[in-house]
Design a protein around this ligand. Structure first.
Ligand SMILES: O=P(O)(O)OC[C@H]1O[C@](O)(COP(=O)(O)O)[C@@H](O)[C@@H]1O
Ligand SMILES: [Mg+2]
Ligand SMILES: [Mg+2]
Length: 335
């Protein structure tokens, strides 16, 4: 371990002095790191403790909840409630907004999270993760009004995700670049192993669930067909494809070696507006991708500019290497 692999706390304290981070934000981010550490432990021991498999309950998305979805949600709620500046929590696994304060003040935090992302991978031992986003209330509000959590993505003050894969990683931004940490067995510390992560502008690797091909709109079909035609096609280069069914794993791969990830709105999810959720999947990942020099779009507009109309709203997602996202936006404009 080299000396510069500083701990998560040391890193946040250095960001505090450089970028005037609020001390309460540091405490909250440490509570989130603790949640990820505990969830990582719960997942890795899942098979022994009978924590794999589904519950009998469904969440607001109409999905059957995995046992670990519920466990991870409870861990986030317990730890994020420690910080006295948190006004409300919004979780993928819970219908209503969790208000922690009756009279929230200006500047209080709003924490949005997907406690377990890629949960269909759990029982087959593939990578999953957690995603979080933090915004602030612009003004004090007299009563707990759910509309006040509908903040535009560009207002986020911090976002991040963890991946529970071969190792446990935690990747964050506070608006000052993107930095990745790896969980160190033994000490339990998250140590800085990927400082200043950046996304390659050009790539020849894309990720999409190709089994939905017949459901796609023309711009996405055109993009996919051209990638598949490779060197002999209009793109004149060979493309590789990946699909892990876990957004966190896709985004982590893109931060490390570039690429583009798509979950478009299609004939199958059109009524819902898409598959992935704006407030705790698309927005945090869009902030991270943009902070790393990539771009995130619905195909039509920048994800961070989407005005939310519900805290479980879904949107089309196209994110990653700038050049490929630009091609896809152009195909949407031309269609
Ligand atoms: O089942 P599909 O179509 O492959 O969808 C996979 C996508 O759904 C998700 O699993 C949705 O997230 P959750 O597991 O948190 O519900 C994404 O992580 C992933 O990109
Ligand atoms: Mg998810
Ligand atoms: Mg989830």
């Amino acid at each position: 371990m080299s000396a510069d692999q500083i701990t998560f706390r040391e890193f946040l304290l250095s960001q505090r002095s450089q970028h005037k981070l609020d001390k309460d934000l540091i405490f909250l981010m440490e509570d989130i790191a603790t949640s990820c550490r505990i969830i990582s432990h719960q997942i890795r021991g899942g098979a022994f403790a009978g924590r794999l498999g589904a519950t009998t309950s469904t969440n607001v998305q109409g999905e059957t909840q995995k046992q670990l979805d519920v466990i991870a949600n409870d861990v986030f709620v317990r730890h994020c409630s420690n910080c006295g500046r948190v006004a409300a929590l919004v979780s993928e696994e819970v219908d209503e907004v969790y208000w922690l304060k009756d009279k929230p003040e200006a500047g209080d935090y709003l924490v949005y999270f997907d406690p377990l992302d890629g949960s269909s991978n759990l029982d087959v031992n593939l990578s999953v993760g957690s995603i979080f986003s933090i915004s602030q209330l612009p003004t004090a509000i007299d009563a707990t009004d759910d509309r006040s959590v509908l903040r535009v993505g560009a207002e986020q003050i911090s976002a991040g995700y963890s991946v529970y894969g071969p190792s446990t990683a935690l990747v964050i931004t506070t608006g000052n670049g993107v930095h990745g940490f790896t969980h160190q067995q033994g000490t339990g510390e998250f140590r800085l192993t990927f400082p200043d992560m950046t996304i390659l502008e050009a790539t020849s690797e894309f990720a999409i669930n190709a089994s939905r091909y017949t459901l796609w709109d023309q711009p996405v079909k055109r993009y996919f067909d051209e990638c598949i035609r490779g060197k002999d096609g209009p793109r004149e280069k060979t493309f590789n494809m990946r699909w892990t069914a876990s957004m966190v794993a896709e985004v982590h791969r893109i931060l490390i070696r570039g690429g583009v990830f798509l979950y478009p709105r299609d004939a199958g999810n059109n009524a819902d507006g898409g598959k992935l959720r704006l407030m705790y999947e698309a927005n945090p990942m869009a902030l991270i991708v943009e902070q790393a020099g990539g771009f995130a779009s619905t195909g039509i507009e920048r994800i961070l500019d989407v005005q939310p109309n519900s805290h479980h709203q879904r949107v089309p997602v196209i994110l990653g290497s700038k050049e490929e996202v630009a091609v896809l936006e152009r195909y949407h404009r031309e269609s």
